[in-house]
Design a protein around this ligand. Structure first.
Ligand code: FES
Ligand code: FES
Length: 157
């Protein structure tokens, strides 16, 4: 079936049946390989995308469910001049990225949090990122990255 959705601000119309996962559509059809596959079972968050602003596991989402939605992947975060999003920059600046496999999902979950809660408590950050697993960093630097991004984003508002 034909489905139309907005992906990173651009309208896309593609063919995809219910057997196709949104993750595969994004990676293989649209070449948006920033969205990663870890577990493939909804447990690690590496495949997180924002669907109408909310984080979802694209490995569990049938592609037709994207129809009519606004999809944001990590590729859509950069500014018009190619600059990094404040959340991306904060992850780099705090050393919250090691192998980087979890990073796109972490960053999108962080963006979704800060869009609705510009000054989150540590416990709120932990809850927002509870679906994203990192095997490298031990989370401390990730929490610091979220706090730094929040601070920088508040400063420009
Ligand atoms: S690959 Fe989707 S949650 Fe792990
Ligand atoms: S940086 Fe390696 S899994 Fe998070």
């Amino acid at each position: 079936m034909k489905i139309t959705f907005t992906c990173n601000g651009v309208s896309r119309t593609v063919e995809a049946g219910a057997e196709v996962r949104a993750l595969d559509l994004l990676r293989e059809e649209l070449n948006l390989t920033g969205t990663k596959e870890g577990c493939g079972k909804g447990e690690c968050g590496a495949c997180t995308i924002l669907l109408d602003g909310r984080p979802v596991c694209s490995c569990l989402l049938p592609a037709p469910k994207l129809s009519g939605c606004e999809v944001l992947t990590v590729e859509g975060l950069k500014g018009p001049d190619g600059s990094l999003h404040p959340v991306q920059q904060a992850f780099l600046d705090t050393g919250a990225v090691q192998c980087g496999f979890c990073t796109p999902g972490m960053i999108l979950s962080t963006k979704a949090l800060l869009d609705v809660n510009p000054s989150p408590e540590v416990s709120e950050i932990e809850t927002a990122l509870s679906g994203n697993i990192c095997r490298c960093t031990g989370y401390k630097k990730i929490i610091e990255a979220v706090q730094l991004a929040a601070e920088r984003m508040r400063a420009v508002k």
